[in-house]
Design a protein. Structure first.
Length: 423
């Protein structure tokens, strides 16, 4: 399937538009550069052969009115302004939601999808190497999940409370989500792990979260590791026996509220094998926030506001990406968090360079990828921003067909589920 994005902010004149369309569709010299000719060309394509995503029609000039009318009459065309949350729904039997991780890690199944044709192969993650080539680069998110869920006792009343650490604001100072919130007014004090960790609420911030100042003897993160629990997604109801199974084997930068789950399938031995085969590995950091579980509530997709997350790209990773591109290799993101990191930097600077900052990038069909050549990802929730991101990279029809096939073949879904390779 060929994928084209028509962005009327960029294609701002009739001449620019038809020059672009003629090049993208490989039109003959005699192609009449008008709306009727465009309609005739596009109606020759089915939605399985061509996908056109149209952006920013409100910015189009009067010259574009007949063009937009012609596009509206073609089944292969999707308008971003008309994109609905419900377009990304699929039926998922509850028993396909993975409750526990596969052992060993790399024995999960893997659905390989051709990015162009949508052709599907069924494989296992330990066979990943057979789809990669010497000179390819895997970019992984090395963020490590905080055991950020704390259950404690309120001083004076003995009431049980739950704290969820969201973001560090200073030395032992954290923005937290507290349940029940009415028990956590400024000045309230709490004890965790028989006093190993203590906290006092200093203020309530916008949205109802609390700022808490923690105290402990010794290292805060060591105490947190002892008394905290992993903040597993709400759809996982079984107890996790081993905290490390919700960490990637290469995690090192502490700060996430959820795991970058596409990387959970790798083992140390597999990473060594990849290196021995000439496949390069690089790391970025994006600290995953709780917003990753936040559902899209707006029916019009473009009305959704993304959460903001901190990311960084070190110099050695930027250099490896640029060298890979220069040498004709493929840059393959391991997970949507790595994808969002790379595409955020490219969108911000026009290139990949060492950088850090916050990103609230929202990737949906019509997004023009500047870095990615491939994506390793898990299967995501219906109507989530993550399935929208996959649809942007793979194409909407290809994505929904792949998910339909995954359900039919009884793949395991979500955080502890199976993998998808898009190349």
């Amino acid at each position: 399937m060929k994928k084209i994005t028509i962005d009327f902010k960029k294609l701002d004149t009739k001449e620019n538009f038809y020059e672009y369309i003629s090049e993208q569709l490989d039109c003959p010299d005699w192609f009449g550069r008008n709306a009727d000719a465009l309609h005739d060309v596009l109606t020759d394509y089915s939605r399985n052969e061509l996908e056109i995503n149209v952006l920013n029609t409100a910015d189009a000039g009067d010259w574009a009115k007949p063009v937009i009318a012609a596009l509206s009459d073609c089944e292969c065309v999707r308008f971003a302004e008309q994109m609905k949350r419900s377009d990304f729904w699929y039926d998922l039997p509850e028993e396909l939601i993975a409750q526990t991780p596969i052992e060993p890690r790399n024995h999960s199944r893997m659905l390989k999808v051709d990015r162009v044709s949508g052709e599907i192969e069924h494989s296992h993650f330990y066979e990943l190497c057979s789809y990669l080539k010497k000179g390819d680069l895997l970019v992984m998110n090395d963020s490590r999940v905080l055991p950020a869920r704390l259950f404690g006792i309120k001083d004076g009343t003995g009431a049980v409370v739950e704290f969820l650490l969201l973001e560090q604001k200073g030395d032992k100072l954290w923005e937290t989500l507290v349940r029940p919130g009415k028990k956590a007014k400024p000045g309230a004090k709490f004890s965790f792990g028989d006093g190993l960790l203590r906290a006092e609420i200093t203020e309530t911030v916008e949205g109802g979260n609390r700022i808490a100042k923690f105290e402990c003897n010794g290292n805060f993160f060591a105490a947190l590791d002892e008394v905290g629990q992993m903040p597993l997604p709400p759809y996982i109801t079984e107890k996790l026996e081993n905290k490390e199974r919700y960490q990637t084997v290469y995690s090192r930068e502490l700060g996430s509220a959820a795991a970058p789950t596409a990387g959970l399938h790798f083992t140390e031995e597999m990473l060594a094998d990849l290196k021995n085969r000439g496949i390069n590995l690089a790391y970025v950091t994006l600290h995953v926030g709780l917003g990753t579980f936040r559902p899209v509530k707006e029916e019009n997709v473009l009305d959704h506001k993304m959460h903001s997350e901190h990311f960084s790209i070190p110099p050695e990773t930027a250099e490896l990406i640029n060298r890979t591109k220069a040498n004709g290799g493929r840059v393959i993101a391991v997970g949507t968090t790595s994808c969002r990191t790379l595409e955020s930097a490219a969108q911000r600077y026009g290139e990949i360079r060492p950088c850090e900052g916050y990103t609230d990038i929202f990737i949906y069909p019509g997004f023009e990828f500047k870095v990615l050549d491939g994506l390793i990802t898990n299967f995501h929730l219906p109507e989530s921003t993550l399935i929208m991101l996959v649809s942007a990279f793979l194409g909407y029809e290809n994505t929904m067909n792949a998910y339909k096939k995954a359900v039919e073949e009884r793949y395991r879904f979500f955080s502890f589920g199976d993998s998808m390779l898009i190349l």
